[in-house]
Design a protein around this ligand. Sequence first.
Ligand SMILES: Cc1cc2nc3c(=O)[nH]c(=O)nc-3n(C[C@H](O)[C@H](O)[C@H](O)COP(=O)(O)OP(=O)(O)OC[C@H]3O[C@@H](n4cnc5c(N)ncnc54)[C@H](O)[C@@H]3O)c2cc1C
Length: 386
Amino acid sequence: MGALLARAGIDTVVLEKHADFLRDFRGDTVHPSTLEVLEELGWLDDFLKMPHQEVSRLRVHMQGTELALADFDQVRTSKKFVVFMPQWDFLDFVAERARAYPHFDLRMRTAVVGLVEERGMVRGVRVVGPEGESEIGADLVIAADGRNSLVRDHAGLLVEDIGAPIDVLWFRLPRRESDPRQALGWLANGKFLALLDRGDYWQIAYIIAKGGMNTVQARGIETFRRDLAETVPFLSDRVEELRSFDDVKLLIVRVDRLKRWFKPGLLCIGDAAHAMSPVGGVGINLAIQDAVATANLLAESLRSGAVTTAQLEAVQRRRMLPTRVTQALQVFVQKRVIERALDGRAPLRVGPALRFYDRTAWLHRFPAQLVGVGIRPEHVHSANAP
Ligand SMILES: Cc1cc2nc3c(=O)[nH]c(=O)nc-3n(C[C@H](O)[C@H](O)[C@H](O)COP(=O)(O)OP(=O)(O)OC[C@H]3O[C@@H](n4cnc5c(N)ncnc54)[C@H](O)[C@@H]3O)c2cc1C
């Protein structure tokens, strides 16, 4: 968002509370819709020079059988693959590009702690940074502070909790040369794991029922290791490297959205407006699509000063449909596939319907299209006038 506005010639201050982008909780996927945005910005060639993997066919291992999930070769887009890259590399890349714009000012270790409001209008933010506490005035504050957004709380915007029946345990195990490449989903005996290939290690997401961490811990690390080895057999030679639950981080999954994404002087985008589940790995891309739409709709007006509430409403109107549809699909998969998969009483089986889907290649384009491009893809129309 900051890069797009600075590119359009608007003085933009981006505030990040951490000292770096090395946060390990956001997944690694960069979908075709985002690759197209990078291309439109003229950044794609350099982006693809960074270490990454290109995956055009996603597969899942279910009860020992490998099945097709999605085929990006068939997607209606010029970029027919998903890039897997740790998100800190992606954000470092974007930040470095944005720094080339004279209107871009990224302040790390600077946390927003409150809003500056005058007669119901947001006029800026209160921050705590390396120099202590201060205020930053702004024609528009854009809250992109994620699913635990402090800004949306302080603004008193109403949240509709859609609910997520799952949480995620997040940990690493070493990767060996003989291991398969991106073997993403593993589903067996009531256990569901996703593996991200990060070169010399696997980043592993182990899906559990919401609030189930206590149960997992009560069963002990030995049982946890055994479950892991049974679900992903090639990991059995290294599960001992998980010494205790201290090596396992609990990530709380939320699916919610604001009823109104804005108030005078303030707009929420990304997870701050609509927290996304990890299902489909689409949250990052949806957040970027919000940013592109926001720049397209607001940049021209912002160049000459403030924007109206009606313009902020137009951003929400434009992005609400993709948000609703994507969240509805995530909720469907959470309930109908993942919850069932985790429920040992009615385990998922590789039945005739799944076998038919696996054999019928043209069907694989539909999930790929939905995940890779989505509803109402955005293209960069905002000015390049730094
Ligand atoms: C377990 C899990 C796995 C996921 N995996 C994927 C995946 O593989 N692919 C995918 O596309 N999506 C994935 N998602 C969803 C994805 O993480 C989010 O949808 C996406 O990160 C939203 O981006 P964002 O920029 O809105 O927020 P965030 O990525 O959360 O970024 C918010 C930023 O704001 C900063 N910040 C927060 N508060 C303040 C403050 N007060 N002051 C200053 N800075 C602040 C944070 O440090 C952070 O850098 C996953 C979600 C979960 C829970």
